[in-house]
Write a new protein. Structure first.
Length: 306
């Protein structure tokens, strides 16, 4: 009956179906009673309204029954929820960074990916971190959802029970590209997972340090490298080009050189490119080193116009 993609599916679904079932019984019952009363106490049949006397038995009945029903719903909700808060000691820790507007997952050996890759039948603990605003990590197939709050070290865990690929969504409205803040969980067999975990990152070896940095810092969530316009201007053909920026509301033409790019990272709202919104980009001073900025500029230099 249950998909059992994770060990939480059954508990959550039982609570859900019990609540839906009780709600349906009441929906049908109350609607039927309403229709019955409308007919029975219609003015033609019942021209004079009469006061109803207290009915002690009825009052006991409609106090005790709903109390039991609500306690029952609470019980099944609690049974489904409790295991989510008891994190197994041997769970694989993964550091999750939620940032406007992308996810990144970092493993104990320093490996990272924009997909969450986990082995089947092993508990995985997600340590949630956000440097900017509220996000929420939601994996519907696993029935898990937890807020990612700046300044609060939230954790969640799950045990995937079926190999496959499942959606990850951001379930907390976090700005313009919230609905694009998506990723996937890939559940692999233990063998495949170990192979992936221990493999040298061939992709990362081919990438320039600045490009890796750009992915890690989620710059590409807002700035494309192919010329398309997202929330911020594209990096393609940027280096050395003429840019019109607004400085304190005044238009100014400048050349996108090292100094300009550095300033755009450390103090992004001082010179905003004309036509783009102010105050969207987070300030990266203290989060990125001088060396990293240099790597970054080296990479941007390679993104030339066709
Ligand atoms: Cu992040 Cu919505």
């Amino acid at each position: 009956m249950f998909s059992n993609a994770s060990s939480f599916v059954e508990g959550v679904d039982i609570a859900f179906f019990i609540i839906i079932g009780i709600s349906l019984v009441f929906l049908v019952g109350i609607t039927a009673a309403m229709i019955y009363f409308v007919i029975k106490y219609n003015k033609k049949r019942h021209p004079k309204a009469e006061p109803t006397k207290d009915n002690f038995q009825l009052e006991i009945f409609w106090t005790v029954i709903p109390t039991l029903l609500v306690l029952g719903m609470f019980y099944y909700g609690w049974v489904g929820y409790r295991p989510m808060r008891i994190i197994p000691k041997n769970a694989i820790p993964v550091k999750v960074t939620a940032k406007m507007w992308s996810w990144s997952f970092e493993y104990e050996n320093g490996k990272w990916d924009s997909l969450l890759i986990v082995p089947v039948n092993k508990p995985v603990k997600l340590e949630l971190f956000s440097p900017d605003v509220l996000h929420s990590l939601y994996i519907p197939a696993f029935r898990v959802k937890e807020d990612v709050v700046p300044g609060i070290a939230n954790v969640m865990w799950f045990k995937a029970q079926k190999e496959g690929t499942y959606n990850i969504l951001c379930a907390e409205y976090c700005g313009q590209r919230h609905s694009y803040m998506l990723s996937k969980v890939k559940v692999l067999s233990q063998k495949e997972y170990e192979k992936w975990y221990n493999a040298k990152d061939t992709l990362a070896e081919k990438m320039m340090p600045g490009e890796i940095l750009m992915k890690k810092q989620a710059c590409i969530a807002c700035h494309s490298t192919d010329g398309s316009k997202l929330v911020g201007p594209s990096f393609k053909g940027l280096y050395g080009s003429k840019v019109t920026v607004l400085v304190n509301g005044e238009k100014k033409e400048i050349i996108a050189d090292d100094e300009y790019i550095k300033n755009s990272i450390l103090d992004p709202n001082s010179e905003v490119v004309e036509g783009f919104p102010q105050g969207i980009m987070t300030n990266y001073s203290g989060q990125i080193s001088e060396d990293e900025i240099k790597q970054f500029i080296e990479y941007i230099k390679t993104l030339k116009d066709d």
